[in-house]
Design a protein around this ligand. Structure first.
Ligand code: ADP
Ligand code: MG
Length: 657
């Protein structure tokens, strides 16, 4: 006894239930079909033929009953094996052709080979050859709507043959065709049968059925007649015919073929190509939906760039004041509190506090300068030799005084540019003498121009002398104006300020001084800036989420519009993961395009801002990050629609629209 290719035993199919009265469409169908047979299943419309074909082609499962394929129970096959059967063993030809409208004839024929992992060149060659053989060599690049019904049906036969098409399942293949085209298609099926293909033809037309070698009649979901004589007589003969596939060979190739997949790269490449076409076909709609992502990405990039630019500028401004600087001034913070004083001993105390780099006495007063016949009033600053570093002020001519001058009460001075102009004009002041409140001083240097003026005071209208000389020989006081402090580590500023306070309070037994912590205020400023940047980024992030919802929306729309296409793809052998991959790729591509456009627009806006002198600093990390966020958004929001597509029931999908 030979194992039949297909064997149904008491197959039943009913719809409904769960509240509705069940419709019994198939009511106990038993039949067996051998390899190489040409069987017609005839019956009136509504008798259950299509339902039977869907079950035979593994697009649908029976409600009950047995289905053995090459002796194997089909219920024992996993999803991949069923997909393999649809892909490699079966080839479907539908009444309505079921071609993918957006693809050309050749591409439609290629579809099953994509899912079997055939390379693009081989695929293209085989599709071209098949279509030429079917008389469509001139129509390779035509879309389905550019072809006649007969031509479309031949394309769909080509598609059914693409992966071998050992078993052709044709559901009313001539139903939509005129008689001539119908006859052509029937002749083609006859040739294919002669070449060894097993053909199961479904029709309501007895004349069409008569072309088959065996006729099974179905009525109200039951087989009412078969032509067993033809069946028995020819069965053995059919098998012996050349080209007829042996069931054992088929099963063997399934066990290795089901798990076979093309390389991930080829798959992704294929999915990208298909996705690009869909995106391009719907470019206007896609672009509109992408606005959210585009705006999101562009604003993230621009806002972060402006945020960084402004922050850098603020910090730079602060640094020019000296960010690591503090001042200790005499007098408590209460006007009626103790009016204390600070002196050099306090400077020593402050200098010994950890993290203090320099503590400098600062004593200022108004003095009269006289040189030659010039006579001016100016500010005198009595400072230590560290002043150059503390004030960030260097001589342009001559030198700064040093520790020796400080120790020896040397009468040496540096003058600002304004003082030099008033006293000496354009001449070099170094080596000249100046009377400071009638005490003669030697000018040893001229300070570089600060240029900054604050109110009436001009920073360049000043004379610097060693603290010891200034306090004792000119101003006659040791009560400091303030102590300038430089610290090492900026982030310890608050701590250091507190320790300075504690040290001085211990010495004075009272808090008769104040500490101005500029470092801390700079830090606070930069933190405010960070906060602002974060807020801006957050706003931009929200528009990314809105963009993501747009992507989800467009993907749901696409899935809905292309339900039939998904059905076709499943019928031609796509696995769930193929469909999932395709729609995920599409979502990612869409959002990737949005991200790229966003980056482009963001950079363009930034370039305009830079040209307009707005402080803007691009960061590659922010740009890449925003782009990655866009991709990720697409992936996340595209997943639900893609899964929905992958889980579609092929029969429902095929009958949609
Ligand atoms: P045929 O192809 O022979 O014309 P079908 O197999 O398409 O018949 O349908 C047989 C019967 O099953 C019809 O009466 C139809 O209404 C019913 N039917 C088909 N699909 C469904 C379904 N999804 N839900 C309910 N009834 C269905
Ligand atoms: Mg039908």
């Amino acid at each position: 006894m030979v194992t039949p290719l297909i064997e149904l035993g008491d197959v039943r199919k009913s719809y409904g239930g769960a509240g509705e009265p069940p419709v019994n469409v198939l009511r106990g169908v038993s039949l067996s079909i051998g390899a190489g047979e040409f069987v017609a299943i005839v019956g009136a419309s509504g008798s259950g033929k299509s339902t039977l074909m869907h079950i035979l082609g593994c697009l649908d499962r029976p409600s009950s009953g047995r289905y053995r394929f090459a002796g194997q129970d089909v219920t024992s096959f996993n999803a991949d094996e069923l997909a393999w059967l649809r892909r490699e063993a079966f080839g479907f030809v539908f009444q309505g052709y079921n071609l993918i409208a957006t693809e050309s004839a050749r591409e439609n024929v290629e579809v099953p080979a994509i899912y079997s992992g055939m390379g693009p060149q081989a695929r293209r060659a085989r599709a071209t050859e098949l279509l030429s053989r079917l008389g469509l060599g001139e129509r390779l690049d035509h879309r389905p709507n550019q072809l006649s019904g007969g031509q479309q049906q031949r394309v769909s036969i080509g598609r059914a043959l693409m992966n071998g098409g050992h078993i052709l399942l044709a559901d009313e293949p001539t139903g939509a065709l005129d008689s001539t085209s119908g006859a052509e298609v029937m002749a083609l099926l006859g040739e294919l049968s002669d070449a060894g293909h097993t053909i199961i033809l479904i029709t309501h037309d007895r004349q069409v059925a008569a072309k088959a070698r065996r006729i099974i009649e179905i009525r109200d979901g039951q087989i009412v007649s078969d032509s067993p004589d033809a069946h028995d007589a020819k069965h053995e003969g059919e098998r012996a015919r050349a080209g007829v596939l042996d069931t054992k060979t088929l099963l063997a190739s399934m066990s290795e073929g089901a798990s076979h997949t093309a390389s991930v790269f080829a798959d992704v490449n294929e999915a990208l190509r298909a996705a690009w076409r869909v995106v391009w076909n719907n470019r206007f709609r896609t672009l509109l939906t992408l606005l959210g992502i585009i705006i999101g990405v562009a604003s993230v990039i621009v806002m972060l760039a402006i945020g960084r630019g402004t922050e850098r500028e603020v910090i730079a401004k602060m640094a020019s004041f000296g960010t690591n600087r503090m001042y200790v001034t005499p007098g408590g913070d209460n006007a009626r509190g103790p009016g204390g004083t600070l002196d050099v001993a306090d400077v020593e105390r402050v200098a010994h506090v950890p993290n203090v780099a320099v503590a400098m006495p600062f004593l200022s007063g108004q003095v009269t300068l006289r040189a030659g016949n010039a006579d001016i009033r100016t500010s005198l600053w009595a400072v230590s030799p560290e002043a150059s570093r503390v004030l960030n002020w260097k001589p342009v001519r001559g030198v700064f005084f040093d520790a020796g001058d400080e120790r020896d009460l040397a009468a040496v001075a540096l003058i600002g540019k304004r003082v030099r102009e008033k006293l000496f004009g354009a001449a070099d002041p170094v080596g000249k003498h100046v009377l400071v409140n009638n005490v003669p001083f030697l000018v040893i240097g001229e300070l570089e121009e600060k240029g900054a003026t604050s109110g009436d005071a001009d920073d360049d209208d000043v004379m610097l002398v060693p603290y010891s000389t200034g306090s004792r020989r000119v101003l006659g006081t040791t009560h400091l104006s303030w102590i300038s402090v430089l610290i090492d580590q900026l982030d310890l500023a608050a701590d250091t300020a507190q320790q300075i306070g504690a040290t001085l309070e211990r010495a004075h037994h009272v808090r008769d001084f104040q500490i101005y912590n500029r470092a801390a205020s700079v830090k606070a400023q930069s933190e405010t800036q960070d906060m602002l940047t974060l807020m801006l980024g957050l706003i931009a992030g929200i528009s990314l989420v809105v963009g993501g919802i747009g992507v989800m929306n467009i993907m749901l729309m696409t899935v809905k519009e292309r339900t039939r296409e998904i059905g076709i793809r499943i019928a031609t052998g796509a696995r769930q993961r193929d469909i999932l991959r395709q729609f995920l790729t599409e979502a990612t591509l869409v959002s990737g395009i949005g991200g790229a456009l966003g980056v482009l627009i963001g950079v363009l806006i930034g370039a305009v801002l830079i040209a307009a002198n707005v402080p803007t600093i691009f960061s590659v990390r922010a740009i890449l990050g925003a782009f990655a966020c866009a991709l990720f958004t697409g992936l996340i929001f595209g997943f639900m629609p893609a899964r929905k597509a992958a889980r579609l029931d092929p029969v429902v999908a095929l009958s949609s629209e």
